[in-house]
Design a protein around this ligand. Structure first.
Ligand code: NDP
Length: 453
């Protein structure tokens, strides 16, 4: 065999798995058809967060006036942001390549296809390996509607030649909400068209209700309960024709309607690897596919499409194969954030998830005007919420909408992972004046939330 382990896809998960396996003494190869670093580095988490910072300055300039700064009308150059972002991504590509080199992982360039259970063809050349790891990620789903090619996805959003002044976004998940805030912050008129009544399906209902109100305050328009039937154009403008006949004129239409596992032309069927009903590679708790020596991690398995999850899954496979034993990730304790403005972040269970199955649950929540906005003139508010097991007093979920929510929830994730109780939150001394202190000052039980529509 050429390698003990061969990894297909050098994104966050594949790189982490390959380096860990090599550290355990395995001979490891990895292949990549694009840029090393995958979705997160090249067209996901990192450039998105840089864009979110850029977008937030418009509010910061406005807010400064309330603190005595003279009003300014700063100009914004989209091309400069794209160039600065590209420079940083290029630097990160090199960092990732360096990590592979230092980790003694052999990087092959080219598109991979499974030939049999122990052979991968990379750019047509066979490579043999005892074990194979699929880490090919996922790509944006584009609906099959007339004129669909007039729209773009998050992949292209990072390279648009100009910032559209009117944007229609289809979908209301992570990407739709984050880009709605980014484009609105940068000065575009944004309309979000979504089929559910609220944004962010799966998040706590209070969070969903609160966020949509906050986003409306930032002039983001919503068309709930609707879908785009087709796209057309009139002169330079794109037209989104909705299912109720409304026509939205825009300079750009973005599809943010979920992501599909990258499995096409990988040779899965020929080798006997099963995929599930969503087209994702089916795996067991050890990330093993239906073929015993082939594993799959990260977005191609569509378990929890988050970079740290892919990294943890990848390292667990490496430990299982070469480190004397694997471990299973506790998906219930994975913190998550949506970098909208204001941001959303959660760890643990939503109130609805906690109540499912008849568990007795207490909730504590507070919505407030952050201190900064007593002078800034902004009407932005924040929400914090704890979901507590009424029987054991254990905190099952922590949720926040507000500035720095992700930074705050990351720390609370430690407490929840350690099994903290509400009494321990209450015994924690507040750090004043912060928004985070609200989490240790919640004393009044809230009435149960209204059932979702
Ligand atoms: P999501 O799964 O978050 O949301 C998909 C959206 O598309 C939902 O609003 C869904 O509606 C809608 N949708 C799907 N199919 C249809 C359809 N046929 N017609 C109308 N609407 C449809 O996907 P995203 O693309 O936003 O992001 C993909 C994943 O990437 C996320 O789930 C997340 O795991 C990850 N991600 C994480 C980020 C982070 O950690 N900050 C940032 C970006 C992405 P409905 O709600 O009604 O189902």
């Amino acid at each position: 065999m050429d390698f003990d382990l061969f990894v297909i896809g050098a994104g966050s998960g594949g790189v982490a798995a390959s380096r860990r396996a090599s550290l355990h003494g395995a001979r490891v190869g990895i292949c990549e058809q694009g840029r090393v670093g995958g979705t997160c580095v090249n067209r996901g988490c990192t450039p998105k967060k840089l864009f979110a910072y850029a977008a937030h300055y418009s509010e910061d300039f406005r807010d400064a006036h309330g603190f005595g700064w003279e009003e300014v009308r700063p100009g914004f150059r989209w091309a400069d942001l794209i160039a600065a972002k590209d420079r940083e991504i290029q630097r990160l590509n090199q960092v990732y390549e360096g990590l592979l080199e230092q980790g003694k992982v052999t990087l092959l360039r080219g598109r991979a296809r499974l030939a049999d259970a122990h052979t991968v063809e990379v750019g047509g050349k066979p490579v043999s390996a005892a074990n194979i790891l699929l880490a090919t990620g996922a790509g944006p789903f584009v609906p099959d509607i007339a004129g669909g090619d007039l729209g773009f996805t998050s992949d292209e959003a990072f390279h648009l030649r100009a910032l559209p002044t009117r944007i229609v976004i289809a979908g209301s998940g992570y990407i739709a909400v984050e880009f709605a805030s980014i484009f609105a912050g940068l000065g575009a008129a944004v309309t979000v068209v979504h089929r559910a009544d609220k944004v962010l399906r799966g998040f706590d209902e209070d969070v969903r209700t609160f966020l949509i109100e906050e986003l409306r305050k930032k002039q983001i328009a919503f068309r709930p309960g609707r879908t785009i039937k087709r796209l057309g154009h009139k002169g330079d403008a794109v037209q989104a024709i909705l299912d109720d006949g409304e026509v939205l004129a825009a300079d750009g239409v973005m599809f943010a309607m979920g992501r599909e596992a990258n499995t096409s032309d990988l040779g899965l069927k020929e080798v006997g690897i099963e995929v599930d009903s969503r087209g994702a590679v089916a795996v067991d708790a050890d990330s093993r596919t239906s073929v015993a020596n082939i594993f799959a991690i990260g977005d191609v398995t569509q378990r929890r499409n988050l970079t740290p999850v892919a990294i943890a899954e990848g390292r667990a496979v490496a430990d299982l194969l070469y480190g004397g034993g694997g471990r299973h990730l506790d998906y219930a304790q994975v913190p998550t954030a949506v970098f909208s403005s204001p941001a959303v972040s959660s760890v643990g269970l939503s109130e609805e998830q906690a109540r499912a199955g008849g568990r007795a649950v207490d909730t504590y929540k507070s919505s407030f005007r952050p201190l900064r906005h007593t002078l800034s003139g902004s009407d932005e508010r924040a929400l914090v919420k704890l979901v507590v097991d009424a029987g054991t007093d254990r905190v099952l979920g922590a949720h926040m909408v507000g500035a720095d929510a992700a930074e705050i929830i990351q720390s609370l994730a430690v407490a929840l992972t350690a099994g903290a109780t509400k009494a321990q939150f209450d015994a924690t001394v507040a750090l004043h004046p912060t928004a985070a202190e609200e989490f240790v000052l919640l004393r009044t039980k809230a009435p149960p939330a209204a059932k979702p529509a």
